[in-house]
Design a protein around this ligand. Structure first.
Ligand code: G1P
Length: 275
């Protein structure tokens, strides 16, 4: 059983300025639900009830979102409008939320290491809320990954094929196919130029990590952009043990970009109309 899921959420969201000037990007809504709530629902559907969030300055709205708003509850109590709060109430009943702050922007690897006190020595999931995924009939991406984890018991990253020119935006893997859609990772590079990329299989924001990753992260020197990269730590882990990459089933929206955000909004709005 993996019970904990970590959400690195300390970034500034500069691509969404001025919207993110006073509001964390993770609470920007896709239709009527904050981006991070989709992620927490995915974690919960995977059986990960303990939600650990790495926040930063100016991110109080995140904590407030997963807490009771007495005034609001009081105002709408007994009215039709209560139904709007049904999903979030359910999440709050079924999950625990804990927070810690990353006080310096030193990269995703550093953000994950900052979450160590909330995780401890057990395997855990990681969701980057920016990557909004709909696994459709195959179920949530993290649930799909958990099935692989239960078989191999090692760190796993979710991957997707992209046009070669896009490799410079992502972590990229190389590996040999172990079984359908599951690759044994032999190389991993953070945001390589297309001509130097080992493949066009890129890492998306879903990870299952074994806790030895924390010791590796502590020893990992800053890499691309002078930041501590989870991609570099995972390559070390792949050399010592084994790391798998799983080509997930479903769709992913890059909600870290305005285009992807709008695409997701249209998609989820259509889903809502069809319900
Ligand atoms: C991070 C990771 C990168 C991964 C991406 C997925 O990059 O460092 O390896 O491909 O998330 O969204 P970021 O988007 O934070 O620059």
């Amino acid at each position: 059983m993996i019970k904990k899921c970590l959400f690195p959420a300390a970034g500034y969201g500069t691509r969404f300025l001025p919207a993110t000037k006073a509001m964390p990007k993770e609470v920007l809504p896709i239709v009527n639900k904050p981006l991070i709530q989709y992620g927490v629902e995915e974690a919960l559907a995977t059986g990960m009830h303990d939600i650990a969030i790495v926040t930063g300055r100016g991110k109080r709205a995140l904590e407030d979102h997963f807490d009771i708003s007495y005034e609001l509850e009081h105002q709408i109590s007994g009215t039709q409008k209560e139904s709007y709060l049904q999903d979030i109430r359910l999440l709050m009943e079924q999950c625990t939320f804990s927070y810690t702050r990353q006080n310096a922007m030193k990269g995703l690897g550093h953000a994950i290491l900052t979450g160590e006190p909330l995780i401890g020595r057990e395997p855990f999931g990681v969701i980057l809320a920016d990557d909004l995924c709909d696994g459709g009939e195959a179920g949530g991406v993290l649930s799909q990954m958990l099935k692989i984890y239960n078989k191999y018991r090692c760190s796993i990253v979710a991957i997707q094929e992209v046009p070669q020119e896009d490799t410079l935006k992502y972590g990229v893997i190389a590996g040999s196919e172990l079984e359908d859609n599951v690759y044994l990772v032999s190389d991993m590079v953070e945001k390589p130029d297309p001509e130097k990329a080992p493949s066009n299989l890129i890492i998306i924001g879903r990870y299952i990590l074994t806790p030895d990753i924390f010791d590796i992260l502590r020893q990992t020197a800053p890499g691309k952009s002078g930041e501590i990269q989870i991609t570099d730590a995972l390559l070390t882990q792949a050399k010592r043990n084994m790391v798998l990459a799983y080509r997930f089933k479903g769709r992913r929206f890059d909600c870290g970009s305005v285009g992807g955000f709008v695409e997701a909004t249209n998609y989820y709005y259509q889903q809502m109309l069809a319900e």
